[in-house]
Each structure stands twice: as C-alpha cells, then as structure tokens.
Design a protein around this ligand. Structure first.
Ligand code: ACO
Length: 422
C-alpha cells in the first residue's frame, strides 16, 4: 500500500494513500485524530473526499464528466432520461426488457394520492415552487411510511416528481391540475401536465420533449456537490429517502447552486433593461460589484462539458422552434468577453451548466420561477443513487459528523443575575 508521512511535534505518522480507478489519490486521515490528536481543517470541503463513490467521475481540469464510466456526450446523445435513471441508480445499463418494465412502472406511479392535491391549496399566491417541492417531498413519506420496498419508493419518487412539479406550477397560475397520460414518455408527460388545459387538446412538441430529455440527462448527477452531499449527510442519520430528498431540494435552491439558472436570466434581463454594454457589465464584475452568474465552478477549472453541450443545443433548439431570443445573443457575447479577459482566465472561470440552461427553458415556455425545479427533476436520480450507495456501503455507514476548530470564548462564569424568573 502507498503511504504518506506526516511529521508533527517530533513524531511521525503514516497515512495510507487511497487510489481511485481513475488514478485520483487521497490521504486517508480517518485515524489521524486518534493517533495524533490532530484534525484537518478544510472550510467548505474544497479538498476533502467525504466518501468513495462509483457513480460519477469528474475531471475538472480536463472537462470530463462520466456517468458510471460512460462519457456524458454519448449518454446525452444516445439515451432517454429513464435509462439514465436506471443506470445511475442501479450501476449498469438495463436490458431492453428491464428498461421497458422500468419505464412502465415509472409511468404507472405518476399519479399522486388525491389527498395530496389539497396541500397545494394552502400556499399563498406567488409561493416559490421550490418551497412547495421541498414540502411535498417530505410529505410524500406520510403516504408511504413503511419502507418495506425501497425499489418501489424509488420508482414512486421518480414518477411523482414531475406531477408535483407540474401541479405546483398550475397552482401558481390558478389553472386546474392536468392528470398524467400513460402513453407518454417521462418528459412529454411532464410537459403536458405543465402546459395543457382541459378546454383543448395539447400535443407535446417533439423538439421541446427532446430538449427536456437532454436537460434532464445533463443535470442527472454531479458527484459530491452541495445538494448531493446534503442528501448523504441527512441520509447518514438514517432519515428516510423522502426526508433526505426534501433536504437536498432545499440545498439546491440557493443562488450559488441550482438557483443560479434563475439568477442568470435575472442578470441578462437586468443588463438588457439597464441598456448596459457587455464591456461595462464585465467591468463591474471585475470590480467585485456583482458576479457573472452561470460562471465559475468549484471543480471545473477548464470547461464544464454540460455547458458546451447546452450551448450547441441552444442554437439547434432555437432554430427548430423558430424563435429568436436576444438573451441568447447577450449570453454568447458575455461568454466571449469573459473568456478573453484576464480576470476570468486567471481564475479559470468558465460557463457552467446554468449559463445556457435557463435560456433554453425560457424558449420551451418554462417560467423563470420553475427553473430550479427543473434542475430538481433532473438531479433526483443522482441523489437517489448516492443515498443508495451510502446505504449499501460495504461494512455499513456512519453518521456524518465533521469536526471544528473552536475559536470562541474560553471558559467563563455565567453569573446569576436573577434572570431565571423572567
Ligand atoms: N463571477 C465573478 N467572479 C467569480 C465568479 C463569478 N461567477 N465565480 C468566482 N469568481 C471569483 C471569486 O470572486 C474569486 O475571486 P478572488 O480569488 O479574487 O477572490 C475566484 O473567482 C474564486 O472563486 P470562489 O468563490 O473561491 O470559487 P468557489 O469554488 O468557492 O465557488 C461558485 C464556486 C459558487 C460556483 C462560484 O463560482 C459562483 O458563485 N458562481 C456564480 C454562481 C453559479 O453560477 N453557480 C452555479 C454553479 S454550478 C451548479 O451548482 C450547478
């Protein structure tokens, strides 16, 4: 076994070096504290491996992303979302029979319990759909509390997520809920529940269905990001899969994570409304007055392969839909300006998945407030895969419990001021 040596306070400690299948190496420090009294300090976990995982491989320096070993561009071109769900969760491609059966089950579990529909009525107008989604996922557990068939719960989650998302949108605009149709694919079923009204027929445009399929696949997993780590963190306490998902949804909501796709559109609209030039906007970013949303990534220091695929897809989708959105032109100008500017080059800031996704969602008719919900729909199989991987870890799993370096007051007396009676 390869080892590394650490010397501290006159003593030497041997740390095993763990090597992954792609040659990634990490120091195993799990015994460091008991051997030496030292912990490691790594705020925001920028250099901390929290687990071994066989689901997704990212090489941020070379712009590589693979699901279960398969390059993302091949998966995106050759698979439907349903197969990707199976691949990520169960670790292998399904046989054709398995895929048909999985797809069939996923379709048949799309309806939610009728009582759940009442929950939507309790929210005020304008409630953010991410809040509704987080609450609905935690609430799903109350309908399926037994935990006796995890595979069935997984199917339920994947199937009902689109219904919950579409219903939260319908509620927000005051339209009646549209029930799922079993002869439609996962993306088409969702789009119909989003956009159909009872008064007329609705046919899902193929170009929109395919665009959604692509977006879902590109968002399906991204190893130990903030929301996935939350899923694992909450799951490590033995919280059920619905509760863990609800927590992951909340983690994704923030503007530094999944919420960035919404922020990108807000930023582009803001630039247009203020009549700012690309140059002026980039200068204000460089002065630290704002961020270029949809840019930068903790892991990708070259390019985000998902952003590349989405940029190409955006041109194709806009062309097929016959629409022209000046926001797409503006985004391209910003990208070009940033990529040739020393500020962004030096910090290795490239467009991430959120830079072009929002513009495509908008062309598909998805409202801005639903963008992060769309991210949720894509990321659910990844979250489930990680939760399951942790649960089935060889040798069992431990509750996640980071340590800290305490920098507060040292011991002092809590004087009795007679406040106990107040
Ligand atoms: N615009 C301008 N400057 C930026 C940006 C940006 N979008 N992102 C990072 N920087 C700068 C930082 O100010 C910092 O500069 P400094 O060294 O002079 O202080 C440097 O680049 C390094 O950035 P960090 O914030 O340290 O990078 P970190 O890895 O902590 O953050 C993050 C990554 C959160 C993605 C960040 O780049 C960001 O906030 N981007 C905008 C939000 C966004 O698009 N989020 C989506 C990420 S992808 C996803 O979650 C799906």
């Amino acid at each position: 076994m390869t080892t590394a040596k650490l010397s501290y306070d006159g003593k030497e400690y041997t740390l095993p070096v763990i090597e992954g299948s792609e040659g990634e190496r990490g120091l195993d420090i799990s015994r460091l504290r008991s051997d030496s009294g030292l912990i490691t300090l790594d705020p925001a976990y920028g250099n901390t491996g929290s687990c071994k995982s066989a689901i997704t491989f990212i090489d941020g320096d070379r712009g590589i992303l693979r699901y279960r070993g398969y390059p993302i561009d091949q998966v995106a071109e050759r698979a439907r979302f349903t197969e990707v769900c199976f691949l990520l969760i169960y670790g292998r491609r399904p046989t054709l029979d398995e895929l048909r059966a999985f797809r069939d089950k996923m379709t048949r579990h799309t309806l939610i319990h009728e009582d759940m529909k009442k929950f939507f009525q309790g929210y005020p107008p304008g409630a953010h759909p991410m809040a509704v989604m987080a609450a609905m996922f935690a609430s799903l557990q109350t309908f399926y509390p037994d935990e006796h068939d995890l595979d069935l719960d997984i199917v339920r989650i994947l199937a009902k997520s689109k219904t919950l998302a579409a219903f939260s949108y319908k509620k927000s605009i005051g339209q009646p809920f549209i029930y799922p149709k079993n002869d439609l694919s996962w993306p088409a079923n969702f789009l119909r529940m989003m956009f159909a009204v009872p008064a007329e027929e609705y046919e899902v445009p193929k170009v929109v269905e395919d665009a959604l399929n692509l977006l879902l696949i590109l968002h399906a997993d991204h190893e130990q990001n903030c929301s996935t780590s939350t899923m694992r963190m909450v799951g490590s306490s033995e919280a059920n899969i619905f509760a863990s998902l609800s927590a992951a949804i909340c983690a994704l909501w923030g503007a530094r994570h999944g919420g960035a796709n919404e922020e990108v559109i807000t930023m582009l609209e803001g630039i247009q409304a203020a009549g700012l030039s690309t140059k002026d906007f980039i200068e204000s970013v460089k002065k630290g007055e704002r961020k270029l949303m949809g840019f930068g990534h903790r892991v990708y220091k070259n390019f985000d392969p998902r952003a590349k695929l989405l940029k190409t897809a955006a041109d194709r989708i806009f062309d097929q839909l016959g629409v022209h959105d000046p926001a797409l032109d503006l985004a391209k100008q910003l990208e070009e300006a940033a990529l040739s500017d020393e500020y962004f080059v030096k910090r290795k800031l490239y467009p991430n998945v959120d830079f072009y996704s929002g513009i495509i969602y908008r062309a598909m008719g998805i409202p801005t407030s639903m963008f992060t919900v769309m991210f949720v729909l894509g990321r659910i199989p990844g979250w489930i895969a990680h939760w399951l991987e942790q649960r089935t870890e060889e040798g069992g799993y431990r509750i996640h419990r980071p340590r800290q370096i305490y920098v507060g007051e040292t011991e002092r007396e809590f004087e009795d001021r007679g406040t106990k009676v107040l």
